[in-house]
Structure formats: structure tokens, C-alpha cells
Write a protein that binds this ligand. Structure first.
Ligand SMILES: *Cc1c(COP(=O)(O)O)cnc(C)c1O
Length: 484
């Protein structure tokens, strides 16, 4: 334990200061100008430390953190992809970083060019006609998409269309977004391999169905081979197909949701297009639509007329979903990512992410239980260790992985299996990194057989050992004062 393992509050010494600056107002008491009602009634409680303590505190805290830049991070469904430094440099260019959203439109033509071109590239990659980059996150893109679905039906007088179909394997945000948009959910059961059960789907389709929300490949990494049939069935009742684009990585360069019949899509720029995420942002969840829905996109849209860019406020627009035009710095990073890869390399992303997932799958099949055989796409789901007699659970395996310095995969999701271990290696990890990871998982499987207690009590090398996760979620202590 070093002094810097303490909380910064514990380092505090009364009246110690980081900086002492001369008062630019001399003897004048500024606090006289602040109305009494706005003044604090209690002392603030802030740590009193020297500048050097602050620097050491944050440097030490950063070393306790884990990120894509410290190690392998195969978190399923999250596409934890390295963000090349050039993207940050581009987003930080003074002319991009320093613009104000209220500047006259003729002074921000360069920024609007980036916005417009990024939207065009997303159209090209996904096969959808037009995009709005305004939503701040995937889930917000979903909500915008569902609001577009609703606006489309209302405009057509389809007031009876109040239901949205969501498969039971969907990401939790899907039913949430549809509910917030005012739809009722019809849950349809999946087949054993996680694909949509066509019989159950047919039974669920009525004239009240406004649309379906799907992700393809699905949450189990399996490609929905009946997608054209599903698309026909939904379109037959004038329903719309919504594509949850969080799994777009698997398709890049190989297939396009628009060609499969999808009408609305959201894409997570902070997954497929490499902006760092986790810990809450910043994100960007562009929403794209087919031609017949373009006038419903959130306002304003960016248009190009005679080589000039401008904003347009469509009459049908669902309204604004964000202040101004979304997270522009994330858009810039995605634009830089696409341009630096170029068309040829961008179309390798899907292939390599699928290859990596299948390499891991084939390498671990002997030790871990693989419920769905055959080719997977960008991620592979195991249902815990193959040998169930040891009593070692997926949680134990994940905790033991921490001792080897890799981030565990997503665990206990999807819910269709009891011991899910969902691994998404992304496209840009080397074979050496994958082999290292496979070696660790084999070693843990061996330990589970020979010394199960060791795995059950892991981790051993981390700052804290096993936490009471239920208590931490139910009664989080997020302030130092809660602890004392
Ligand atoms: C990440 C994810 C989302 C939500 O995206 P956020 O940006 O976190 O709101 C939706 N669906 C799937 C399948 C995802 O993996």
C-alpha cells in the first residue's frame, strides 16, 4: 500500500493549497455581489492537497483502470475497438473543435461537409437512403427510429398499428425504445440457434403490427438466414423493419441491411467506427431510413445545394432529438476512421472480425460448451465450461481472467443460456493476442479441473477482490461522505 492507494479525501490536510494566486480584485469583496439566496449554507467539502498530490492521485487512479489501450477487451456486443490516434488529432483540429453551433452557416461549411459526407458514407455502407447524425447514442437512435415508424403510420392514418415485434434475444434497449415511443411489445420466441422462429413470427403478425426490431447477425452472432422472408412477411402488412445496427461490424463490406429489406437503422459510431466508449460516452447513434421515410428524419437535416451546405427543417420531421447537431467530435472521428481505412480496407473489417471470432470458437470448443455449432459471425457465445462437474461458473472464469490482465467477455448475456460467455474479438487484434487469450482460457479450464477452489476464489492480483455486486447496484456509495 502506497499513500496514493488512499482516496484523495484521505490525503487532504487542512489549509493545504495547490495554487495561491493574487486576488485580482484587491480588497473588494466579490461575495457581496452574489444574492444571499444563491449562497451556500454549508461549507463545501473538497480535499485540500498540493498540486503534486493531485497529479500522483490521478496518475495512480488511471493505472488501476482497464481500457482498450491497456489490454485485450473482448466484451461481447460492445465492439471494443481501438481508436487510432489520428482520429483524435483530427477531432482536435482548432477549426473543428472551435466552431460554435450558432455560427452563420456560411462560416461552418467545412464542418457541414464532414457531417454530410459521413452521412453519405453510412448510406453507402448500410444501403439506407439518408441519415441523420443528430442522436447522441445507440438507444437514442433507436428511439428516433421508432418515432419515425410512428410518424409514418400516423401520416398514413394507420392509427391501429400500435404493436412492435421484438424477438426474445434482442438487446434490452429495443423493447425499452419501442415502449418509450408509445408502442406495445409482442415478444416472439427464438429457435434453438437464436434465429427468429418463423412459425411464431407468423402467428404474431396482424394488421396491428407497426414493425419489427431486429439485429442481424443476432445477439448470438448468428446470421438470420430467413431475413428476406421475414422482411416480406412484415411488409405485407405495411409494417416497417427496424435494424439495430450495433452489430454492423460483422457486415461491413459484405452485406447491407438496406438490401435485406430494412427500412430504418441506427448505427453506433462509438462501436463500429471506433470512438472509445464505456463509462457513459460520448457516443453517436446516427439513424438512417429508406427513401420513403426520409422526410421524417429528425430536424434539422444537412443538405447540399450547388456546392453549398445548409440546414433543412422538413415538415414531417419528428422534431429535434438533440440540441444542435449531435456529437460532432464523434462524427469527425468516424469520418477520419473511414477515410484512413479507405474503401478497400473498410470492407475487410467484417471479414476479419468474423475470422477472429471463429478462430476463438474453434480453439476453445474442447474446453467450453458451445451450444450453437457452425459458423458464427462477429462474436461467439459459450455456455460456460464444458465440464459442469467442477462447480466452476462463468462468473468464476471471468474473475480468474482478471489475474491474467485481460478484460473478461460479456457474461450472463444473452439470457437464453444460463452460463453465457460472449466473446467479441473485433477485427484489429493480432493472432498473437488471440493466442494469448485462448491460452489463458485453456489454463483456467485446466485449473477448474485440477484446483477448482483456486478459480472460485479469484481474483488475487486486483486492487479489490470479489465485490458484493448486488449491494453495489442497490445501495451505491458514490460520495466519500457515504463511506465515513
Ligand atoms: C450497445 C448496443 C445498443 C445501445 O447503444 P448505446 O449507445 O449504448 O445506447 C443497442 N443495441 C445493441 C445490440 C447494442 O449492442
Amino acid at each position: 500500500m502506497t499513500p496514493y492507494d488512499k482516496l484523495i479525501f484521505e490525503l487532504s490536510t487542512k489549509d493545504r493549497v495547490g495554487y495561491s494566486l493574487p486576488n485580482p480584485f484587491g480588497d473588494y469583496d466579490l461575495s457581496k455581489d452574489i444574492p444571499q439566496s444563491l449562497k451556500r449554507t454549508e461549507e463545501t467539502y473538497l480535499p485540500e492537497v498540493a498540486e503534486l498530490d493531485v497529479v500522483r492521485h490521478y496518475s495512480n487512479v488511471s493505472r488501476k483502470n482497464f481500457g482498450i489501450e491497456t489490454g485485450f477487451y473482448p466484451l461481447g456486443s460492445c465492439t471494443m475497438k481501438y481508436n487510432p490516434k489520428i482520429n483524435e488529432e483530427m477531432a482536435a483540429l482548432p477549426n473543428l473543435r472551435g466552431v460554435h453551433p450558432l455560427q452563420p452557416v456560411n462560416t461552418v461549411q467545412g464542418s457541414l461537409h464532414i457531417y454530410y459526407e459521413t452521412a453519405r458514407m453510412l448510406s453507402e455502407l448500410s444501403g439506407l437512403h439518408q441519415f441523420s447524425l443528430n442522436p447522441f447514442a445507440g438507444a437514442q437512435g433507436e428511439l428516433a427510429g421508432l418515432m419515425i415508424m410512428k410518424a409514418y403510420h400516423l401520416k398514413k392514418g394507420n392509427t391501429h398499428k400500435t404493436k412492435v415485434i421484438v424477438p426474445d434475444s434482442a438487446h434490452g434497449t429495443n423493447p425499452a425504445s419501442a415502449t418509450v415511443a408509445g408502442f406495445d411489445i409482442i415478444e416472439v420466441k427464438s429457435n434453438q440457434d437464436g434465429t427468429v422462429n418463423i412459425k411464431a413470427l407468423k402467428a404474431a403478425i396482424t394488421d396491428e403490427v407497426a414493425g419489427i426490431m431486429l439485429t442481424n447477425p443476432n445477439t448470438l452472432g448468428i446470421f438470420e438466414k430467413d431475413i428476406l422472408k421475414i422482411s416480406r412477411l412484415i411488409h405485407q402488412v405495411d409494417g416497417l423493419l427496424y435494424y439495430d445496427g450495433a452489430n454492423l461490424n460483422a457486415l461491413l463490406g459484405y452485406a447491407r441491411p438496406g438490401d435485406m429489406g430494412f427500412d430504418i437503422i441506427h448505427i453506433n459510431l462509438h462501436k463500429t467506427f471506433s470512438t472509445p466508449h464505456g463509462g457513459g460516452g460520448p457516443g453517436s447513434g446516427p439513424v438512417g431510413v429508406c427513401k420513403k421515410l426520409r422526410s421524417f428524419l429528425p430536424a434539422p437535416t444537412v443538405i447540399k445545394k450547388r456546392n453549398q451546405y445548409d440546414f433543412k427543417y422538413e415538415q414531417d420531421a419528428i422534431g429535434r432529438v438533440s440540441s444542435f447537431y449531435g456529437n460532432f467530435s464523434v462524427v469527425t472521428k468516424a469520418y477520419s476512421f473511414m477515410l484512413t481505412l479507405g474503401k478497400e480496407n473498410l470492407s475487410k473489417v467484417g471479414g476479419l472480425s468474423v475470422l477472429n471470432a471463429n478462430y476463438i470458437k474453434a480453439s476453445l470448443e474442447d474446453e467450453y460448451f458451445l451450444p450453437i455449432k457452425g459458423l458464427c459471425k462477429h462474436e461467439v457465445v459459450f455456455d460456460g465450461l464444458k465440464d459442469k462437474s467442477t462447480g466452476v461458473t462463468t462468473l468464476d472464469v471471468a474473475k480468474r481472467m482478471l489475474d491474467f490482465g485481460v478484460h473478461p467477455p460479456t457474461i450472463y448475456f444473452p439470457l437464453v443460456f444460463h452460463q453465457s460467455l460472449m466473446i467479441e474479438p473485433v477485427e484489429n487484434e493480432s493472432k498473437e493476442t488471440l493466442d494469448h487469450f485462448i491460452g489463458i482460457l485453456k489454463q483456467i479450464a485446466y485449473e477448474a479441473k485440477t484446483d477448482p477452489e483456486k478459480v472460485k476464489h479469484a481474483p488475487y492480483t486486483t486492487v479489490v477482490r470479489r465485490l458484493d455486486e448486488v449491494l453495489a447496484a442497490r445501495q451505491p456509495k458514490v460520495k466519500y461522505k457515504d463511506l465515513i
